[in-house]
Write a protein that binds this ligand. Structure first.
Ligand SMILES: *[C@@H]1O[C@H](CO)[C@@H](O)[C@H](O)[C@H]1NC(C)=O
Ligand SMILES: *[C@@H]1O[C@H](CO)[C@@H](O)[C@H](O)[C@H]1NC(C)=O
Ligand SMILES: *[C@@H]1O[C@H](CO)[C@@H](O)[C@H](O)[C@H]1NC(C)=O
Ligand SMILES: *[C@@H]1O[C@H](CO)[C@@H](O)[C@H](O)[C@H]1NC(C)=O
Ligand SMILES: *[C@@H]1O[C@H](CO)[C@@H](O)[C@H](O)[C@H]1NC(C)=O
Length: 467
């Protein structure tokens, strides 16, 4: 897609603006770059990225995620269609002849008139850190071989996370994934903030679109773990067609290691991965006082040892700080419940999706209100996280372009474009962050920051100069 001339001009204005605002202590930017608001279109069923791998009963939709609390286990999942086949995974360390075998489980489900293939989940345990492993699935029929690299030991750095949300399966989604793969920052694990396939936008939630999504993203998620957050498009609650069990396709297809963090449901859990402690919250499971999620989080936050894992990151689907006219204030009730904890425990960064655009907040909190004191405005707070909305993966619902005006003071940067981000945790104090737009070159960062750790270096973050 070529940029029209006026946009190119605007584009350079944005760079100038970003540069200018480095000097302002409290800069607000609504990017003047406006991407043509063309509705994203789903790739057709015969698109190259949806091709079924050749061979009898060949495993398809191969994906991995972390399988324990510390990063020494990986859950391998895949689907076979002709025959149940074997759930065994054969795996070995690079340069080693010793092969290991792990046995797993098979599940299937029905959704309205759809019947799933055989969905396999096998956990590889006791892996060594910082090690490349090869693995094979499809044992007995058509064998396919993949690889992954385990994270450094808990607490070690550097480590680079990718951030993707609300991906879907449009041509723009494919563009986002390609930009992530080509990004020179080389993300090692994706923190996915919810809304995977958007199958529920099809008649009767056509679950064939869950299968096509699985084949589309395999090229990344078979080689590096994606950490799953449940979004509203995972609920698939459709009692009008007899489907009254929320999250049925998602839970059958995308397991999470929730038991390892003593969670009682797959939608909220935590993992340690290298230098980061990552807490995944569930916007669409009960979170009020006395609920399982509330009790879990209340016990969870004091367990985070920042000497061990300096960086504390939270993922959720529905953002708390969002100044677009889409899903406005939907995250408000959860914010009211949990925000005081985030400030108390000095969460570094919160990533959310849901709004199909990009926004980064200042460090703000809004926790003083008690019904009668009138203190209900976000205030600058260096103990508070930065909130980033990154629901700009490119799904078929299109961009969120309508923003509240004027830009509220808590909003530091906002732009309605598709893209992804990377977070390179360099050490205990510094993390380099960059947001990449699909319309730019792979290396270009449209918004970038040095984030400073809230416990070890709690001074103001700094935007990065682009000269
Ligand atoms: C998706 O992106 C990949 C990698 O850039 C490309 O090879 C493929 O042709 C694209 N597919 C579609 C349907 O756009
Ligand atoms: C989970 O609970 C068990 C039993 O109370 C405890 O031993 C374990 O450390 C807990 N795990 C985590 C990750 O909190
Ligand atoms: C926190 O982690 C550090 C470094 O791993 C360790 O020395 C210390 O004992 C831990 N503290 C607690 C309370 O577990
Ligand atoms: C933007 O959203 C506001 C609030 O919902 C609405 O009043 C306005 O008409 C919208 N503007 C456009 C251009 O859609
Ligand atoms: C942490 O990384 C930053 C950025 O690379 C660097 O400036 C700083 O000196 C590093 N700190 C330590 C203690 O190595």
């Amino acid at each position: 897609m070529g940029l029209p001339r006026t946009s190119v001009c605007h584009f350079f204005t944005v760079i100038a603006l970003v540069g200018f605002c480095l000097n302002a202590a409290y800069g607000k930017i609504t990017s003047v770059y406006v991407r043509a608001d063309v509705k994203a279109v789903d790739m057709p069923l015969d698109a190259d990225v949806f091709r079924v791998p050749p061979g009898y009963n060949a495993p398809q939709q191969v994906h991995i995620t972390q399988g324990d609390h510390d990063g020494k286990a990986v859950i391998v999942s895949w689907v076979t269609t002709e025959h149940r086949g074997s759930s065994e995974v054969i795996y070995w360390k690079e340069h080693s002849r010793k092969h290991y075998k792990a046995k797993g489980e098979v599940t299937t489900y029905k959704y309205y008139t759809y019947s799933s293939g055989f969905i396999h989940h096998t956990t590889l345990k006791n892996l060594e850190y910082n090690t490349k492993y090869y693995y094979q699935v499809g044992i007995g029929h058509t064998i396919r071989t993949f690889w992954f690299i385990t994270p450094p030991p808990v607490g070690d750095f550097p480590y680079t996370f990718g951030l993707i949300g609300d991906l879907g399966q449009s041509f723009d989604s494919n563009n986002t994934l390609t930009h992530y793969e080509q990004n020179p920052s080389k993300g090692q694990t994706v923190l996915f903030v919810g809304d995977l396939s958007y199958a529920d936008n099809y008649p009767n939630h056509d679950n064939v679109r869950w299968d096509t999504w699985g084949r589309f993203v395999e090229r990344s998620v078979a080689y590096q773990p994606w950490i799953w957050t449940a979004g509203n498009h995972e609920i698939d609650f459709a009692p009008e067609i007899g489907e009254g069990e929320p999250f049925k396709p998602f839970t059958h297809r995308y397991p999470t290691p929730y038991k390892a963090s003593n969670s009682t449901a797959p939608f909220w859990y935590s993992i340690k991965r290298g230098p980061a402690y990552i807490i995944v919250l569930a916007s669409y499971s009960a979170y009020g006082k006395y609920t399982p999620q509330y009790k879990w989080l209340e016990e969870e936050l004091p367990k985070v040892n920042r000497s061990e894992t300096p960086w504390l990151i939270v993922l959720m689907h529905s953002p708390w700080y969002n100044s677009y006219n889409y899903h406005y204030m939907e995250g408000e009730t959860m914010r009211v419940m949990y925000e005081p904890w985030f400030v108390k425990y000095k969460v570094d960064l919160v990533f959310a999706g849901h709004v199909h655009a990009y926004e980064r907040s200042e460090r703000v909190s809004n926790i003083a209100y008690n019904i009668v004191n009138g203190l209900c405005q976000p205030i600058s707070d260096q103990s508070a996280p930065v909130y980033i909305t990154i629901g700009d993966g490119g799904n078929l619902e299109g961009l969120a372009t309508n923003m509240t005006q004027p830009q509220p003071h808590y909003s530091a940067f906002r732009e309605a474009s598709f893209g992804h981000a990377t977070l390179e945790i360099k050490n205990r104090t510094h993390a380099r962050y960059g947001w990449h737009r699909n319309q730019d070159g792979f290396a270009f960062e449209a918004d970038s920051m040095w984030f400073h750790n809230r416990v070890w270096y709690p001074v103001e973050d700094s935007a990065v100069s682009k000269s």
